[in-house]
Design a protein around this ligand. Sequence first.
Ligand SMILES: CC(C)(COP(=O)(O)OP(=O)(O)OC[C@H]1O[C@@H](n2cnc3c(N)ncnc32)[C@H](O)[C@@H]1OP(=O)(O)O)[C@@H](O)C(=O)NCCC(=O)NCCS
Length: 166
Amino acid sequence: MRLRREEAADVAAIRAVNLAAFPKPAEADLVDRLRGHVDPFISLVADDGGVAGHILFTPVHIGARTALALGPMAVLPARQRHGIGGKLIRAALDACLAAGHDLVFVLGHPEYYPRFGFKPTRPFGIRCEFEVPADVFMLAELRAGAAAGISGIVRYHDLFKAVDGS
Ligand SMILES: CC(C)(COP(=O)(O)OP(=O)(O)OC[C@H]1O[C@@H](n2cnc3c(N)ncnc32)[C@H](O)[C@@H]1OP(=O)(O)O)[C@@H](O)C(=O)NCCC(=O)NCCS
């Protein structure tokens, strides 16, 4: 299993993974629309001869600060619960830090992401611009203290506003 940045030849396979993993095409469409529209666009695949999993990070804004948001991420249904998602998250967070980003937000399963260092944003006085339960909005500090002194509302790219529950 190779964990690597997406390449041009992966675009169709990434779409197929997102279509298979999510009940609606919204997330697959979102990935395709964000590509080319946002910078950074940190997109990794889990490749074992085909794309089995995908993870994406794009910019969000909190006040004057730019951070990253994780999502969508997806693993082919037949390959889920075998550690691919976890490997992707760990490799991708390392890639984000190497690219100079130390603060990552995620809107997602509160039972899943804490094992990778994510914690609720509420104690930081940080909330999501979307109406979501507090425990599903989390942040990871890739460097100690990365969220210190930051508070307010995290704003996503407009393309996310058309998606429910990503
Ligand atoms: C979430 C997802 C990417 C995880 O990938 P994965 O390769 O299955 O993850 P791992 O094998 O590393 O970890 C498995 C763990 O994920 C957790 N998990 C998987 N799907 C979950 C879900 N829908 N809700 C809560 N936890 C979930 C479980 O705790 C599981 O641990 P367990 O097997 O000990 O119970 C994958 O399940 C997926 O593509 N789901 C559909 C799309 C999706 O929901 N994406 C996330 C949007 S925030």
